[in-house]
Design a protein around this ligand. Structure first.
Ligand SMILES: Cc1cc2nc3c(=O)[nH]c(=O)nc-3n(C[C@H](O)[C@H](O)[C@H](O)COP(=O)(O)OP(=O)(O)OC[C@H]3O[C@@H](n4cnc5c(N)ncnc54)[C@H](O)[C@@H]3O)c2cc1C
Length: 437
């Protein structure tokens, strides 16, 4: 079993430029994932020259080339919950941002020259309890008539035609979502950015910045040699999500990095997998410690993900738990061998909302995918770029929304094992007292 992402077999992250021939830029963006690259594309499309993206790893080597590739969008809170935090007007705009994310991503995707296995055959979300199934019905009933047509709620028996497992009480099927090859997508974004004149430098870690003469004086370190390089830029954007380090304490006090894990099986008979997950729809569920799974783009493997352990684990350790979860879902995969196991960092905010704005020193940020950010971070990179360009009307929704600090927290999530135990308790008790009707 390889401890590398399955996706890298076809699209291993590549290095960008390794030498700075110029040190003066209009904009420097830290982070070459979906958020950073999408911001760079919007800036360059608006005619801005001298945009540089800097990453400590290779292009997209963070979460953007390691994820499950399930696309879709949606907030992890209701309008009422958001209104209590942000006020009704902002709350409505924030939910509108979540609705805009997927259409925006598809629009941006249409401008990319490279293929990335986009498949819009839909998604299935398994209801862990009858209460969750009821919530699915309420969700569907609350949708506008046009949107309602794209969504179905199925009981456990009817669900078998879209997902063959006994572990759920039913499911919500969304027909307008689907999947991509995440590493090919980030590569395609990078190629689009470069075609627009964006420079991408990799193997350089951002260390910090100071302000002088209206510009940011930025220190980066060559990860290989340890040598420092000084850059200068009019604007600076942090797009580091779950990889943000001590160099950005303001962000670290507001963001919780969490490891998310995945495994891939060996190639299996196509017909067997077509029976388990017809049409290559993607799947997830409503548990606090959720499973998310799909087939590979060629339909021959199962890729299974989840938070196997709420503590730092190796890919070998997490593979054991994930395999158990996979067999719980699909017992017929008993004999399937694993070929890959890997993990990456996602990033949560205390309020489970994504955030875009500026810190007190003027550095812009886009942060907190809260577990799922292929479409959201693509969209929010664009919104961050609009903010930096001063596009009229940019100050709405997620842009400049209050970003709460987490007290007694310095960036090391010491509380995660306790949160994991609590979530496991909630998931178990949800089934213990679960009654239909
Ligand atoms: C295993 C896994 C499964 C997932 N599954 C899904 C899914 O199915 N669907 C979905 O929508 N989302 C999923 N996600 C989440 C999704 O991958 C992320 O939301 C998204 O990739 C975030 O993009 P980003 O650009 O914000 O951050 P990233 O892609 O993580 O990029 C951040 C970059 O910042 C760089 N960086 C950080 N600090 C510095 C520094 N000081 N100097 C230089 N560079 C720095 C890092 O090297 C990194 O490359 C998953 C994530 C994981 C890990």
């Amino acid at each position: 079993m390889k401890t590398l992402p399955f996706w890298w077999e076809e699209a291993e992250p590549a290095h960008g430029e390794r030498q700075f021939d110029s040190r003066k830029f209009a904009v420097v963006i830290v982070g070459s994932g979906y958020a950073g690259l999408s911001a760079a594309i919007t800036l360059a499309e608006a005619g801005m020259a001298d945009v540089a993206v800097v990453d400590a790893m290779r292009i997209g080597e963070g979460a953007s080339s390691r994820n499950g590739g399930q696309i879709g969008s949606g907030a992890k809170f209701s309008l009422e919950q958001a209104a209590r935090r942000f006020g009704m007007q902002r709350a409505r705009e924030i939910l509108d941002d979540y609705d805009q994310a997927m259409p925006f991503m598809l629009k941006r995707a249409a401008t990319l020259a490279d293929d990335f296995d986009l498949n819009l055959s839909g998604s299935v979300s398994g209801a862990h309890s009858f209460k969750d199934l009821k919530a699915f019905h309420a969700y569907r009933d609350g949708l506008a008539p046009e949107k309602r047509k794209t969504v179905e709620v199925l009981d456990a028996q009817a669900m078998q035609k879209v997902l063959k497992t006994d572990i759920y009480r039913g499911a919500l099927v969304k027909h307008d979502t689907g999947s991509i090859h995440p590493a090919k997508y980030v590569r395609a974004l990078a190629n689009r950015a470069r075609a627009l004149g964006v420079r991408i430098f990799t193997g350089f870690r951002y260390l910090g910045t100071s302000r002088g003469a209206g510009r940011f004086e930025i220190r980066v370190q060559d990860v290989q040699t340890g040598g420092e390089v000084k850059l200068s830029a009019e604007k600076l954007l942090m797009a580091a999500n779950g990889y943000v380090g001590p160099e950005a304490p303001w962000l670290r006090h507001r963001t919780i990095p969490v490891q998310s894990y995945m495994i891939a099986t060996e190639p299996l008979p196509f017909d067997q997998l077509e029976e388990l997950m017809p049409l290559n729809r993607v799947a997830g569920d409503t548990k606090h410690i959720l499973y998310y799974f799909r087939r590979s783009p060629d339909g021959r493997r199962i890729l299974f993900g989840g938070r196997a352990r709420f503590q730092t684990s190796t890919a070998e350790q997490s593979a054991v738990g994930l395999r158990r979860f996979m067999l719980h879902t699909f017992p017929s995969l008993e004999k399937a061998k694993l070929t890959h196991s890997w993990f990456g960092n996602v990033c949560f905010a205390y309020d489970f909302c994504s955030h875009v704005g500026r810190m007190a020193d003027g550095i812009a940020y886009v942060s907190c995918c809260n577990g799922g950010g292929i479409s959201m971070m693509t969209y929010l990179g664009h919104r961050a770029a609009e903010m930096m360009l001063g596009v009229p009307g940019h100050d709405r929704g997620i842009v400049n929304s209050h970003f709460p600090r987490i007290y007694f927290y310095n960036g090391h999530p010491w509380f995660l094992p306790a949160v994991g135990s609590y979530y496991r308790f909630l998931d178990r008790s949800a089934r213990l007292f679960d009654r239909a009707g």
